[in-house]
Design a binder for this molecule. Structure first.
Ligand code: MG
Length: 254
């Protein structure tokens, strides 16, 4: 009992202390720090956390029409990837698919699946490789790292050759996985130098794998990244020669 009373006393003292931190507060009323306008916008959420909320831009809904309407190949022509069973799959050699729309800051939801049939000869970067490029420059790696080791800053959930994921939360090949990305575009000064680098937070299958990391520049396979000023740019999905599938792609502009 004594201990409980002491606890209440200490807690009460801390609260009182906190309330008196700023002597100016004695002159204030509670409503002076309660802001009503502008009212926070109402958004109807999806049925579950994978379904697009009402204010999302739907980039791919599983239909061939949606792919044609929202994406091109790198030459601006119709994408060469195949659509079946509500998803779009990389067709080797047809190149990237690029969103027609360009984006700056966003919240992205995308689902991906490594090929169910694993070639036992394939390993490291050769197994289920694809990628999601923010603003066509910054690659969030897509790779089958279920029982498949590669360099840590190149595995699924990494910003390729920049930031390894905090954990490996890959599901088995053939199972659907999710990425939810909060992305802040880089800002550039009038002289084209960096004002603030790109930043990103990523959840893979609901687990945090990138915590507000700062990107060093556009993804480079060889060498050191270096920023070059740019504006809004498309989302790009990589053809790395493996039949990786994607579905339910939506984005909220921030
Ligand atoms: Mg890749």
């Amino acid at each position: 009992m004594k201990r409980i009373l002491l606890g209440v006393f200490v807690l009460g003292s801390i609260t009182a202390f906190a309330q008196n931190q700023n002597p100016e507060n004695a002159k204030m009323k509670p409503e002076m720090t309660e802001f009503w306008d502008p009212e926070v916008a109402v958004v109807t959420p999806g049925e579950n956390n994978s379904n697009a909320p009402a204010d999302a831009v739907i980039l791919f809904d599983g239909t061939p029409e949606s792919l044609l309407q929202n994406w091109t190949n790198s030459k601006g022509e119709a994408p060469g990837w195949s659509v079946a069973d509500n998803c779009v799959t990389v067709v080797k050699g047809t190149g990237t698919i690029n969103s027609k729309a360009s984006f700056e800051d966003f919240q992205l939801h995308i689902e991906w699946r490594s090929p169910a049939v694993v070639d036992p000869e394939s390993k490291s970067q050769g197994r289920g490789n694809s990628g999601i490029f923010m603003q066509e420059r910054y690659e969030l790696q897509v790779l089958d790292n279920y029982n498949n080791r590669t360099y840590r800053n190149g595995q699924a959930g990494s910003f390729y050759k920049q930031h390894p994921p905090l954990v490996n939360v890959c599901k088995k090949p053939g199972e659907w996985q999710t990425y939810d990305v909060i992305y802040t575009a880089p800002r550039f000064k009038a002289d084209s130098t960096v004002f603030s680098p790109a930043r990103a937070t990523v959840l893979q299958n609901g687990v945090l794998v990138q915590n507000n990391v700062s990107l060093f520049g556009p993804t480079e396979y060889i060498g050191i990244p270096k920023y070059k000023a740019h504006g809004p740019a498309p989302l790009v999905l990589q053809d790395h020669g493996n039949p990786v599938s994607y579905r339910n792609i939506w984005l909220r502009k921030l």
